[in-house]
Write a protein that binds this ligand. Structure first.
Ligand code: GLN
Ligand code: ZN
Length: 761
């Protein structure tokens, strides 16, 4: 019989129970035992849920109080020296210190955080040094294994593999490659496998997602060595090796040659991997885990199509050698569609969240064994829903299609080249050299949040709400004038989230009530669902920007989110290429840009913080992405006159490998995160002469620390040296939304003073 298997379950809880408990613990409202109990309760509930859905092999160790990579580092004792005094990393004080730092005097900065492959989930980056000493700390994992066995789950421990654990971390010692530590790390893994076996596990999953990236020879050798060594110990354990998010590519033969008992294929992202594996030859002793249910998106699976894929596997191998699985951990989708009361029933029928996906997996496993008749009802209703979606007039808007089809090359090009635009913009926007500005949002106060919450609960009329927002805008405009900033912003008081806000107003988007997905730690987002052709029924931001501009003679910058970021941070439709969806969004943003221009807004910023995040994991696919992403941005921004200044903003990433693409966006001004990496960015911009104006963030807004003037003077001098003072803008790293006014105001005053000093020089 084919086995149904789940790779991982979201841990935050359908009602974000883990978030609440963890934040209560941080705030001192819950003690450590209370938090442990909350975690145990969530785990037990999730195991029961998976068992009830009929999943036969259930993950344990996929739960985490903060992040699974941090847990993996803690499991092998990979904790930097400076945190050691806080105790054992498997206990909360040291564990949360690694994730969040320790405030106050003698405080500690947290470990770095970065994006998990091409997802919007952030993991904690382990740190390696020559002095790193690995030591197995398995109590927590073994405890969870016992808990799972206690509720009767066929528990399969999930581990992050040794090569990925090293590769995803960073070395803090010059000349040390984390992979150099592999010989010390492997014995710890071997010991762990033995302990798991002794504790009654018979099957383990080891994730090596680095297979989704282009591997070096050293990494390939490390994979070979690791699995040869691990095979020698714990001989009673069956090992499932899993990678996801991309094809194994040229390294599929390597994966198939490793001495493991099963190999997982992500057949949603890489449908070609099944045929390729069969062509290369799957060793007799190896099972294949076929990931046919999309773990990254929320659409109902096409069961017939998925079953056909499974059939192909079965025919080539045999039923016993097939495991039926989601494409990756379900961490990246919301938990339960049944909690969505607000979605309209038609759309509801198109969707599948984590719980529903589990049922899809078990239905498919049953059908693979017993034929479609074994799950006739499920197949019938699936077929019906798929047909409804395909025929629905809500997916397709002929006007949008027609508009896209009639676009001309010139629609993606500004009227004149950058240098010529600069001249006319200088006349219309009189700004000093080294102009100062901010990235858009101002601190979101308690009053503001409560204003929006009361509006949501219908406790405020539209007029009362708008009056509240206008008062906030007026306050922020006066404050900026008083601080002496040059290009002002309206402050984004009306926005909860930079993608949700636009998703709520665009046609083709739906919002969920409980569709939470973990972004990092206890922070969750509710990505909108793009289900149909996108267009903008009416202006979205014009009244706020126009109001702000009416209050001051200084120029006020309009503020929009770009098409690539809106796409990247939404659940995108799966029935057309992402490129097409991005361009539809681009047209909607283009309309807004033109309306802002018509309302007298002279500078408009289109944020693209997720531009880099969308870059495919494999180098061979990058060119195509950069082409259409650039086209989408340009489509959104090229509808204006030369005299309108287009800004963009990027953050959260390293940009060194995409500076050419950033230049190709042809924004008049780009502000870009640089302070946290010590202006590392400048190096890339010195190798490549960036043609337009640029504002490398001069201070880090992610920290409550107020930087002094001299620090920013230094950063500005360094930037002017590389980029030329004539092209330089002065701004923080990112929006001020997460700061308090008490922190933001003095920091901005120092920034303005720094700009004035460097102007003199
Ligand atoms: N304009 C947005 C803000 O200031 C940009 C946020 C971002 O880059 N993530 O909040
Ligand atoms: Zn930013």
């Amino acid at each position: 019989m084919a086995t149904s298997l789940n790779l991982g379950f979201p841990r935050i809880g359908a009602r974000r129970e883990l978030k609440r408990a963890t934040e209560d613990y941080w705030a001192g409202r819950l003690d450590a035992a209370g938090l442990e109990a909350a975690g145990a309760q969530i785990r037990a509930e999730h195991w029961r849920l998976q068992m009830a859905a009929g999943i036969e092999s259930i993950p344990v160790g996929d739960f985490s109080f903060y992040d699974q990579v941090l847990d993996a580092a803690a499991l092998v004792g990979a904790v930097p020296e400076r945190y050691r005094a806080l105790g054992d990393a498997s206990e909360f004080p040291a564990y949360f210190a690694l994730a969040r730092g320790v405030g106050g005097e003698g405080g500690l900065a947290p470990l770095e955080m970065t994006k998990w492959f091409d997802t919007n989930y952030h993991y904690i980056v382990p740190e390696y040094a020559r002095t790193t000493k690995f030591r197995l700390q398995s109590a927590r994992l073994l405890g969870q294994l016992r808990e799972a066995q206690g509720v009767g789950a066929a528990a399969r421990p999930v581990l992050l593999g040794p090569v990925s654990l090293l590769r995803l971390g960073k070395s803090v010692d010059a000349g040390l490659d984390p992979l150099d530590l592999l010989p010390q790390l492997l014995p710890v893994y071997a010991e762990l496998l033995e302990e798991l076996q002794a504790a009654g596990a018979s099957f383990v999953q080891i994730d090596e997602p680095i297979f989704a990236m282009d591997l070096t020879d050293a990494e390939r050798a490390a994979l070979r060595t690791s699995y040869a060594v691990l095979r020698e110990g714990a001989t009673g354990l069956r090992v499932l090796l899993a990678s996801y998010f991309a094809s194994y590519g040229d390294d599929l033969p390597l994966a198939l040659s490793l001495p493991v008992d099963a190999l997982h294929l992500d057949l949603v992202r890489a449908p070609q991997d099944l045929k390729a594996a069969l062509r290369y030859g799957v060793p007799q002793s190896m099972q294949l885990s076929l990931g046919v249910v999309d773990g990254r998106n929320i659409w109902r699976t096409d069961l017939r199509r998925a079953l056909a894929v499974l059939e192909e596997g079965r025919q080539a191998l045999s039923e016993e050698r097939i495991l039926v699985a989601p494409s990756c951990s379900l961490l990246h989708v919301p938990i339960d569609l049944d909690l969505e009361m607000g979605l309209d029933p038609e759309l509801q029928g198109w969707l599948s969240f984590a719980n529903q996906k589990l049922s899809e997996v078990t239905v498919l496993a049953a059908a693979l064994s017993g034929g479609e008749e074994a799950a006739a009802q499920a197949f019938e209703s699936n077929e019906r829903q798929r047909a409804l979606r395909e025929a629905s007039p809500r997916s397709v808007d002929p006007a949008v299609r027609k508009r896209l089809a009639s676009l001309k090359e010139a629609d993606g090009r500004r009227q004149s080249p950058g240098a010529a635009r600069r001249k006319v913009q200088e006349e219309r926007l009189p700004l000093p050299p080294l102009p100062t500005t901010t990235i858009g949002s101002f601190p979101q106060t308690e009053e503001l949040r409560s204003l929006r919450a009361r509006k949501r609960r219908n406790e405020l009329s539209q007029e009362e709400y708008e009056a509240g927002i206008r008062a906030e805008i007026a306050r922020v405009i006066r404050l900026q004038e008083e601080i002496g900033l040059d290009l002002l912003v309206h402050g984004e008081a009306e926005r909860n989230d930079m993608v949700e806000y636009f998703g709520e107003q665009l046609e083709g988007f739906a919002a969920t009530q409980n569709g939470w997905v973990q972004s990092y730690g206890t922070r969750c987002v509710k990505p909108p669902i793009i289900f149909g052709d996108v267009h903008r029924p009416q202006p979205m931001t014009v009244r706020w920007s126009a109001y702000a501009q009416s209050l001051t003679t200084q120029p006020v910058k309009g503020m929009l989110t770009g098409p690539v970021t809106i796409l990247q941070w939404s659940f995108a439709r799966d029935d057309q290429p992402r490129e097409l969806t991005a361009k539809q969004i681009a047209l909607a943003i283009r309309d807004e840009v033109q309306d802002l221009e018509a309302a007298g807004i002279r500078a408009i910023q289109i944020d693209e913080p997720a531009f880099r995040e969308g870059l495919p994991l494999r180098a061979a696919e990058r060119e195509d992405y950069l082409r259409w992403a650039t086209e989408a941005f340009r489509l959104a921004t090229s509808g204006v006159e030369d005299e309108t200044q287009i800004h963009s903003h990027m953050c959260y990433s390293e940009f060194n490998d995409i500076v050419e693409a950033i230049a190709a966006l042809d924004a008049d001004v780009i502000s870009i995160e640089a302070a946290r990496s010590g202006m590392e960015l400048l190096e890339a911009f010195s190798r490549f002469s960036y043609p337009n104006e640029i504002g490398p963030g001069v201070y880090d807004i992610h920290s409550p620390r107020v930087p002094d003037k001299d620090e920013m003077v230094k950063a500005l001098r360094a930037a002017a040296g590389v980029l030329g003072a004539g092209m330089l803008w002065v701004n923080p790293d990112c929006g001020l939304k997460t700061r308090r006014f008490e922190e933001a105001v003095p920091a901005l005053r120092n920034m303005v003073a720094a700009a004035r000093q460097v102007r003199e020089e």
